[in-house]
Design a protein around this ligand. Structure first.
Ligand SMILES: Nc1ncnc2c1ncn2[C@@H]1O[C@H](COP(=O)(O)OP(=O)(O)O)[C@@H](O)[C@H]1O
Ligand SMILES: [Mg+2]
Length: 295
């Protein structure tokens, strides 16, 4: 069986999957997103990379972050039309590329998310802030790695931030702030399995992302967290996902799903979880691709 790993410009970890995939597939081809030509032919739509038709592969692992998610939105549908397995559904990328959209989908599915709003102007963001109360969290809808996530302690913090965001034509997701000491729990869903670790942000930092100075710690997540994470991955149509869980310090056991990541990072996770995640991801992709062939 053959597998392609498609990666966007913002991806930094695709080489781990290309390497790990060699233990599971006969051939693994790394494909940059900007190297793909989507072509409509009499036989339907194809994805060409140089002279290679990616729709002839058995499986494709899509690694896209931030705005690259939008450019790749059509790819899962084309692959599925050609019976190629991918780890996500046709509408997964549209959901995962927008932090407000993903909150809505998860909330509609009955899972706990921070109260969220979606706005395009400073005036409406201030009105949304009055509704949610302060502190609040302002997010660029397509940010990643903690970038584009800011805190507003009071209404007067909104204007300078959202004036800047709208100048750069960024849509805004304003969220209620969940009271916690700058930590969250990252649950990795891989097929039917889950792994989890805690991320602890740097000093005076409310963002717990590793790329903004956070550290990983071992943790035993609750059964509720695992079930909610699996549910969130299923609602967004992802066989492989990273779920950010934010615990509410003001109430024992209470937590919210802060975000779904369609391309979770794996680097450094071997220190806190008993698995080689790159290998696990590629193993699940192979298994699911085989299962689909047998149907
Ligand atoms: N509503 C919130 N309340 C408290 N902390 C939050 C909230 N939303 C995000 N955070 C913190 O900020 C971090 C980054 O936010 P997130 O939405 O996951 O963006 P990114 O895609 O950049 O990781 C989270 O991991 C969490 O630590
Ligand atoms: Mg996150």
């Amino acid at each position: 069986m053959d597998c392609a790993v498609i990666y966007g410009k913002k991806s930094a970890q695709h080489h781990h999957f290309i390497e790990a995939g060699k233990d599971h597939f006969n051939k693994v081809l790394g494909v940059p997103l900007e190297g793909i030509r989507t072509v409509y032919t009499e036989e339907g739509t194809k994805l060409m990379y140089n002279n290679t038709d990616l729709c002839e592969f058995d499986a494709v692992y899509l690694r896209l972050l931030g705005s690259d998610l939008m450019y790749g939105e059509h790819i899962p549908e084309v692959l599925r039309d050609n019976d190629v397995y991918t780890q996500l559904d046709s509408d997964s990328l549209a959901i995962a590329s927008n932090k407000f959209h993903m909150m809505k989908v998860i909330a509609d599915g009955g899972l706990p998310v921070p109260k969220s709003t979606y706005t395009l102007s400073t005036k409406e963001t201030e009105r949304a802030g009055n509704m949610l109360g302060y502190p609040a969290v302002i997010k660029i809808i397509s940010g990643y790695g903690g970038k584009g996530v800011m805190k507003a302690d009071e209404q007067s913090d909104i204007g300078p931030i959202t004036d800047t965001l709208t100048l750069f034509e960024q849509d805004i997701c304003l969220q209620e702030f969940i009271d916690n000491p700058g930590e969250d729990i990252r649950v990795i869903v891989v097929g039917d399995d889950t792994y989890a670790y805690k991320r602890v942000g740097g000093d005076e930092e409310f963002r717990s992302n590793i790329s903004t100075g956070g550290n990983r710690e071992k943790i035993d997540p609750s059964e509720e967290m695992i079930e909610a994470s699996k549910g969130a991955a299923a609602l967004t149509g992802l066989d492989i996902a990273g779920i950010d869980i934010i615990e509410d310090e003001s109430e024992e056991g209470k937590f919210y799903i802060g975000e779904i990541n369609a391309s979770p990072g794996v680097e450094g996770t071997g220190e806190v979880i008993p698995a080689d995640l790159a290998d696990e991801f590629m193993e699940v992709i192979k298994r699911k691709a085989m299962e689909e062939k047998e149907l």
